[in-house]
Design a binder for this molecule. Structure first.
Ligand SMILES: [Zn+2]
Ligand SMILES: [Zn+2]
Length: 121
């Protein structure tokens, strides 16, 4: 099975300044809402989660309308290693979402589970 990958860092460099501004602002807002969520009362969590969903929806719209070729990328996997998040390039697991029975890493981009099953990254 051959997976097709997107490098988000490379894609960013191909975007217009206007699109970068829009996407960057949305990403910033999402991060700020996540930080805000750490400080709010339980009763306010629904408002924060709704804000997150709204921002993600706006982010999806911005990608759909402003990123050339986005439709062709729908069946690709996003290579999180390119943005500093460790991810197995064979199965897609990450540090936070690892194989439940075989956690751990064989190398930077290959998890232990895939390594022992003979897959290569
Ligand atoms: Zn893996
Ligand atoms: Zn894995």
């Amino acid at each position: 099975m051959t997976r097709k990958w997107i490098d988000p860092a490379h894609l960013w460099e191909t975007l217009s300044p206007t699109t970068q501004q829009r996407l960057g602002t949305l990403a910033l807002a999402l991060g700020l809402v996540r930080i805000e969520s750490l400080a709010v009362e339980i009763a306010d969590l629904v408002r924060v989660e709704t804000a997150e969903a709204e921002i993600l929806s706006a982010l999806e719209s911005a990608l759909t309308w402003n990123v050339p070729g986005i439709d062709g990328m729908r069946n690709h996997l996003v290579d999180l290693n390119q943005i500093g998040i460790r991810m197995c390039r064979t199965c897609g697991c990450t540090e936070a979402f690892n194989h439940p029975r075989k956690p751990g890493w064989a190398n930077q981009t290959l998890c232990v589970a895939c390594s022992e099953s003979g897959s290569t990254a």
